[in-house]
Design a binder for this molecule. Structure first.
Ligand code: PXP
Length: 250
């Protein structure tokens, strides 16, 4: 599972956040997804939240119909979201914890504690041909639980690493390094994401067993200053440099 290839999934949620601030159609997240594809994204990620605070059901309909790249649908482990995923059959579903009062996805899924709830959901998604990933903290317990649940993919939460500094940040990075190594020994495909920026992406991208990063908020914010195309290309270049790759398909 060690690979030089590192895919970039661009999360377009916050294009919808800006659109929804005025309630119209601009800026359109589907247009952003098309621009991300042109700039070198390998996939599009969108989180349909229970309260529809950014991405809407109609956005998911349009992303499925209009985008050629694989769609990674982030979703809470609810019956409503399961039904939506089974209706659309996106390339992938990433199961995330969700609380209405949080501003973003704070902390990973408790795969170990929610086994009975998650197992049938993972089975149904997998049976429909949807690649399931679990968004978890970089911990051995959670990785072992994800493996026991039969999820083929885990996404390691990088939020704490991105938010901290100095020795604390170094320790958080080490947790991610160790977790990625453990994922490899378990035969789990390993992704990472949350809070990554130009300043924080390199050490995570350099971890060889991680094969996909999902990045959103920073890229959409940076697009205000440099444009989305430029922000994605720069992120892609940093990821390639970290991996010692000159072209994106090398
Ligand atoms: N991966 C997962 C599972 C997420 O929930 C999010 C946030 O929606 C991201 C990646 C992207 O995080 P950010 O927007 O901070 O880059």
């Amino acid at each position: 599972m060690t690979s030089r290839i590192l895919r970039l999934g661009v999360n377009i949620d916050h294009v919808a956040t800006i659109r929804n601030a005025r309630g119209g159609r601009h800026p359109d997240p589907v247009r952003a997804a098309k621009q991300a594809a042109a700039a070198g994204a390998d996939g599009i990620t969108a989180h349909l939240r229970e309260d529809r605070r950014h991405i809407s059901d109609n956005d998911i309909d349009r992303l499925m119909a209009e985008i050629d790249l694989p769609l990674n649908l982030e979703m809470a482990a609810t019956e409503e979201m399961l039904a939506i995923a089974l209706r659309h059959r996106p390339h992938a579903s990433c199961i995330v914890p969700e609380r209405r009062e949080e501003r973003t996805t704070e902390g990973g899924l408790d795969a170990a504690g929610q086994r009975a709830h998650l197992a049938p959901m993972i089975d149904k998604l997998s049976a429909a041909g949807i690649r399931v990933s679990l968004f978890i903290e970089p911990s051995k317990t959670q990785l072992d639980a994800a493996k026991a649940l039969g999820a083929p993919v885990v996404e390691l939460h990088t939020g704490r690493y991105c938010e901290t500094e100095g020795e604390v940040q170094a320790a958080e990075l080490q947790r991610i390094v160790d977790a990625a190594a453990h994922a490899k020994t378990l035969g789990l495909e390993c992704h990472a994401g949350h809070g990554l920026s130009f300043d924080t992406v390199t050490p995570v991208a350099a971890i060889p067993s991680i094969v996909e990063l999902n990045i959103g908020h920073f890229l959409i914010g940076e697009a205000i200053f440099s444009g989305l195309d430029s922000a994605i290309r720069r992120m892609r270049a940093l990821m390639n440099d970290a991996r010692g790759v000159t072209g994106r398909t090398a």
